[in-house]
Design a protein around this ligand. Structure first.
Ligand code: DQA
Length: 137
């Protein structure tokens, strides 16, 4: 089984960025522990701050992976293009957020991804990714 974790803008700063909201762990540290725990799965990771690169990656894996775990960061709330890409591919996408976006500013309550996602997981810290992964097993 091949699963991709796809992170959008500013998520490269995890561990340093607003730690009271996003925690102290870097994504690389978390990803290593996830790979160890799910050693029988091919787990890939890609991060970009560039909208088009996220779309290219969705196109690249979206017809041959079994699942995509997508945290599009702020693009979640703005990007019709990423929403369209999720709609256009075959691989099911689970939208994840580290924080509970519904308990934050109003603009974070909108998602262009959710209508085309298999499901949405938000508010469990980095465990949101683990829960999303479990949903594919
Ligand atoms: C986020 C929530 C978004 O609103 C924010 O722009 C992010 C991170 C989260 O994981 O909680 O960059 O997607």
């Amino acid at each position: 089984m091949k699963i991709l974790i796809l992170n959008g803008p500013n998520l490269n700063l995890l561990g340093r960025r607003e730690p009271t909201i996003y925690g102290n762990l870097t994504f690389d540290e978390f990803f290593e522990s996830l790979k160890k725990k799910y050693a029988d799965i091919t787990l890939d990771y890609f991060q970009s701050n560039i909208e088009g690169e996220l779309i290219d990656k969705l196109h690249e894996v979206g017809f041959n992976y079994q699942g995509i775990i997508l945290n599009a960061g702020a693009y979640t709330h703005t990007s019709v293009a990423i929403g369209d890409a999720v709609k256009g591919i075959e691989t099911p996408v689970v939208e994840v957020h580290i924080s509970n976006v519904h308990a934050r500013e109003d603009f974070r309550h909108i998602s262009y991804i959710a209508p085309n996602a298999k499901g949405v997981i938000a508010g469990f810290g980095l465990q949101s990714y683990k829960l999303a992964l479990e949903s594919f097993l």
